[in-house]
Design a binder for this molecule. Sequence first.
Ligand code: HEC
Length: 103
Amino acid sequence: MPIRRSHTPSALAALLVAAAAWPATAAESPAGRLLASNCYQCHGTNGRGPGFDDIAGKSARELYKDLKEFQSGEEGDGLMAAHARGYTDAQLMAIARYLARQR
Ligand code: HEC
């Protein structure tokens, strides 16, 4: 989707802040998609490579568990831990639910 001219940086920032506060229960809300867009530089657009591991299409439960393990330091070499630590549980769940719907 092309970014329209009216999306000034400050409008985008406001949108991201609003998205972060969006309840994870709104399954079709843009929050998961917006939050997951932070992952695309490494995991590819919509979580499908090329890049690091393909993260689209795993179950939401699996992805959430992976992310919680990165967050706690149980899993990984620190790079994903640093990312996972930036999110609340509700945000990680929103990201996991969004990525699980990508095929
Ligand atoms: C700077 C690059 C980078 C970014 C950005 C990034 N990741 Fe990762 N991710 C990695 C690397 C590297 C690994 C392999 C991790 C390891 O073993 O430590 C990984 C692994 C994973 C895995 C485990 C996949 C598997 O099959 O084992 C998941 C799930 C994951 N990332 C989700 C995410 C999510 C969700 C985001 C966005 C919030 C994200 N990543 C952002 C680099 C990144």
